[in-house]
Design a protein around this ligand. Sequence first.
Ligand SMILES: NC(=O)c1ccc[n+]([C@@H]2O[C@H](COP(=O)([O-])OP(=O)(O)OC[C@H]3O[C@@H](n4cnc5c(N)ncnc54)[C@H](O)[C@@H]3O)[C@@H](O)[C@H]2O)c1
Length: 425
Amino acid sequence: MTSNKNFDVTIVGGGMITAMQILPSLYHIQRLGKIGKITICGRSVSPLIKLRNDQNLKKAFPESSFTCYPDIEREPADKKFPGLYKDVISKMEPRNIVVIALPDQTHYEAVVQALNNDQHVICVKPLTLKYMQTREIEKLAYEKGLFVGVEYHKRFDDRVGIARMKYRDGDLGEFRMGYATLIEPWYYRDSNFPQWCTAENSDMFTYIGCHYIDQVHLITGLLPVRISVYGTLEKYPNGNEGYLWTNARVIWENGASLSILNGMGYPNAAPGGNSQGLWMFTQGEQDGGLLCHDDQYRGLKHSYIAKGVEPGASYYNEPSPDYFKLVDRGGEGLTPIGYGYRSIEALVEAVHRVEDNVQGLSNPESLAHRQVAIKAIDSEALLATPANSSFNELVIEAGRLSLLNEGREVEIKYGETAGVMFKKY
Ligand SMILES: NC(=O)c1ccc[n+]([C@@H]2O[C@H](COP(=O)([O-])OP(=O)(O)OC[C@H]3O[C@@H](n4cnc5c(N)ncnc54)[C@H](O)[C@@H]3O)[C@@H](O)[C@H]2O)c1
């Protein structure tokens, strides 16, 4: 469903996820005529200069560009503009789109800023680090008839969609026990991560553990009720400390258990982008069931005659065609494929759906119309929204509390008195 409106988009944060997934996806959506101008606001000019000069983006989207704040022609590389995005958002026409691609601990403030300036919001995961903040965002957005979507792109991996249907049709039986892993590459230690993914702000469970919890929920509909997280505190090369390895045990409302290993240590010399996958053991009346997703190895084996120059490059490679790639589909430039693209497209489509058929309506009528669309998206529960995915923030709160207390078990309560607390024995 595409409304006639050509939404302008402001991306806040010009780091890794913007470069590798968000910007190329939006360029393509712009090419399809579903969004208008793209602006990117950074904290300094350096990441924006890198984005402007990115050869892969130039090759794929020779016709595309974005407006930069701060001004890359005038501002020095070392000058910081942490509050500039607020001015940029405040100058946008109402009911366009702000994409938040900032460090985890700054999402809440930026999302509220965008909503208070009447903008629809697409935010990278996690939406916030606190359940109450997510509920506040849900209320504010609904009152204003604005869409907020959380970018959990693994939801758009087709194997998850297939598993969801099989599980919900009863073909897999009931989830009993499983394990998941997502270990990011070692070279992340030399990226921008050590600036913010530090012990006081985040940890590997908070940063990426949520993906498989979100996925198990999407497949089964179950909610997590108890968590214990063990982590090891290590030094980044810049001397900052982070929980670079975590091991979590998540108990679900039906008594099932999922163990999740997260880390920043997938070998640079290894052939994939990271190490990841999900194994779920299930059961029926007569036999056990099994779901096994090797999300790291998607069946491709390449051996190159020269080693690339980018971090983590190796001669032998197992590339994934499923997350995000740019391929030649004819016409000018390249076309993005994969669940990374589909996720951004679905979130932009959701804004169109909320804004569909409201032109010409009075303000109260338009608001009522948009609120109906928001409730429908919430209840379909395919896109993560504050209303249907705030369990993720409870998990993060519980996980942090456990991690900072040597892995003590923390319980999650839902409903009117939702919150987290140490398990009593
Ligand atoms: N699998 C996933 O869903 C996935 C993958 C990667 C990142 N992410 C999320 O995306 C977010 C960003 O991650 P990243 O990998 O791009 O990190 P990054 O460190 O590469 O980029 C963050 C960018 O935000 C900028 N920034 C910080 N404060 C700012 C401010 N006040 N105004 C404007 N810009 C500011 C930084 O300068 C940096 O360029 C994180 O929340 C992360 O959890 C999600």
